[in-house]
Ligand binder design. Structure first.
Ligand code: 13P
Length: 257
């Protein structure tokens, strides 16, 4: 299966000209599309522009949402439904990012409901984020495993009874909170250890093998191959570095064919 490299722009940038500037990083790069699939999750207001720029550049990049509602449609001011995403051509939705869990009170139940909405809408896959805080990491391996298992099981509740779920249609991202936006990425060994555990939990509980698990947290052009080059790591979820034109260009060069 291809490795998925997803760019999460979060709430950046504010200016349209900066969006256009960053997108120019995709111009003239020849990505090895047999090995990698690239997806971009910008602020949703930029999606129409971004999809037309990719069309002009003939860039084969998937579009993603950073979040969606668990509801199908309704009087829910400020929300976007997974169906709206599907009808726009969205392939992935990031679900349960730690920033949403921390600042917007998203619980495992909400994450589960959103993952269901994504799958129900016929979008290729939710990218479900899990990861421990520094406090938990400092408590040691058993505490990390307990936390990760709770998040994985919470997100997967009743998903596997849904016929649309196959091993290819649910993706996890291991994003340790202490590595996000800090410049202190996990070591590849730390990432591999937890990612292998996530796969173990999924296999043991749902008999699903081959579920892709990405790594995210201070990934940049310098360290991306240390993660993506590992057999156990099925791709990367890149934040800050993906809204920096130069850094993004350097990342894309690493994925060159
Ligand atoms: P940074 O790459 O900025 O650490 O962010 C990671 C992340 O949260 C991606 O979803």
């Amino acid at each position: 299966m291809k490795k998925l490299i997803a760019f999460n722009w979060k709430m950046h940038p504010n200016k349209l000209k900066d969006v256009e500037g960053v997108l120019m990083a995709f111009d003239g790069v020849d990505i090895d599309l047999d090995t990698y699939e690239i997806a971009i999750a910008p602020p949703a207001v930029y999606l129409p522009l971004i999809s037309s720029v990719f069309y002009e550049l003939k860039a084969d990049i998937s579009l993603a949402l950073q979040n969606c509602s668990w509801e199908h449609e309704g009087a829910l001011t400020g929300e976007l439904s997974a169906e709206m995403g599907k009808n726009f051509g969205i392939d992935y939705v990031i679900v349960g990012h730690s920033e949403r869990r921390t600042y917007f009170g998203e619980t495992d139940e909400m994450v589960n409901a959103k993952a269901k909405a994504v799958l129900g809408a016929g979008i290729m896959a939710p990218i479900i984020c899990v990861g421990e805080s520094l406090t938990i990491r400092n408590k040691g391996k058993a505490a990390i495993r307990q936390h990760i298992k709770k998040q994985v099981i919470g997100a997967m509740k009743n998903l596997t009874s849904d016929k649309v779920v196959t091993n290819k249609r649910v993706i996890f991202a291991y994003e340790p909170i202490w590595a996000i936006g800090t410049g202190k990425a996990a070591t590849p060994e730390q990432a591999v250890e937890v990612i292998a555990y996530i796969k173990e939990v999924i296999e043991a509980n749902y008999k699903l093998s081959g579920v892709r698990v990405l790594y995210g947290g201070s990934v940049n052009a310098k360290n991306i191959m240390e993660f993506v080059g590992q057999d156990a790591i099925d791709g990367a979820l890149v934040g800050g570095a993906s809204v920096d034109k130069k850094e993004l260009k350097n990342i894309l060069k690493k994925l060159h064919s």
